[in-house]
Design a protein around this ligand. Structure first.
Ligand code: ACO
Length: 315
């Protein structure tokens, strides 16, 4: 397939580090130097599904396509207000499409997992045009009195339209179960029969373990796509990495021995918006005219699970 159009939407409320320091024992200096985040967009009165629909419409418009031309919609999402129906179905109705749709939860690597599913359906001859939407509100997962987690995240939605082509060169996915490193429990409704103890726990994270996993997994995933396609790291024009921590991005950059200029970032004013990071960054690069036809782009993301993936494609 090839990426024919992109779109993204951010919530209007901007929360700066200084605003967080107003109610948390933290500082702009700590957050900025340890994470690279200066401000983030946080949902206030928006609904995530409306942002997802708008991002999808922008991607369709950018691709010069209408919703009735879509054969499949994949939505990557970790959490939203609906348990059911699935977010992809709400997006389908919102854009006026009629094709089948599916939600996946692959944490921050969801966009890359979704592209692999789209590509596989395409290779199997089942679909031509696929809409992938990542819509995330991780700010609703954290405890806002926990300075170790809530400072990291922002919300947003990003989308891409995939059409027939041979620009997607390689996708590599991986998973490595580690449920005690990054997790959240939610309390389900009680029944008269529940006898086990259940708890409601906001997002918990062993930051340093996640950091180490992230650098290792992303470096390995990207290297695997390069090896399989016979490209060198030097031949890649842009590295679009998950925006979790600028120090993670810098470590991967050093591992690949590539110049900083090849690594566009938006973590400074977006924070980590889970699986939306990659398509939002992709859309911003697309719309700013950063990409030239034929540019080789490596995308990589990692998240809770652990899961990770890399995508090598030509613009
Ligand atoms: N402000 C001030 N101090 C803080 C803050 C804060 N916001 N957060 C933590 N600290 C303190 C800690 O309490 C600790 O203090 P102590 O030494 O007195 O106990 C000290 O700072 C150091 O804490 P560390 O956790 O060791 O700090 P570290 O340098 O590892 O940075 C961070 C923490 C930013 C979370 C880092 O580990 C990281 O980025 N990890 C990866 C996170 C990540 O990538 N998450 C993405 C996955 S999310 C997803 O996929 C859904």
């Amino acid at each position: 397939m090839r990426i024919a159009g992109t779109g993204s939407v951010l919530p209007k409320k901007v929360v700066t580090n200084d605003m967080l320091a107003g109610f948390l024992d933290t500082s702009d200096e700590w957050i900025r130097t340890r994470t690279g985040v200066v401000s983030r967009h946080v949902i206030s009165d928006e609904k995530l599904e409306d942002m997802a629909i708008e991002a999808a419409k922008r991607a369709l418009d950018n691709a010069g396509m209408t919703a009735d031309e879509l054969d499949f919609i994949i939505c990557s999402n970790v959490v939203n207000e609906y348990v059911t129906p699935q977010l992809s179905c709400i997006i389908q109705g919102g854009i006026g499409a009629e094709c089948p749709c599916i939600d996946i939860n692959c944490a921050c690597a969801g966009f890359i997992y979704a592209v692999e599913i789209a590509e596989s359906f395409y290779q199997a001859g089942k679909v031509k045009n696929v809409l992938v939407v990542s819509a995330e509100e991780p700010t609703r997962m954290t405890d806002w009195s926990d300075r170790r987690t809530c400072v990291l995240f922002g919300d947003g939605a990003g989308a891409a339209v995939l059409t027939p082509g041979d620009n997607i060169r390689c996708v590599k996915l991986s998973a490595s179960s580690a449920t005690d490193k990054l997790w959240q429990y939610r309390l389900l409704h009680p029944t008269p029969y529940i006898t086990k103890e259940e708890v409601d726990v906001p997002l918990q994270m062993k930051g340093q373990d996640v950091f180490k996993f992230a650098v290792k997994a992303a470096s390995k995933d990207i290297s695997r796509t390069l090896k399989e396609t016979g490209h060198s790291a030097d031949e890649v024009d842009h590295y679009l990495l998950h925006q979790a921590n600028i120090r993670i991005i810098n470590a991967i950059q050093e591992y690949l021995e590539q110049p900083k200029e090849k690594f566009p970032v938006n973590i400074e004013d977006h924070g980590n918006s889970s699986s939306s990071c990659c398509p939002i960054l992709l859309d911003e690069c697309n719309r700013s005219g950063r990409f030239r036809k034929g540019d080789l782009i490596a995308m990589s993301a990692f998240g809770a699970g652990f899961v990770s993936g890399a995508l090598l494609f030509e613009w």
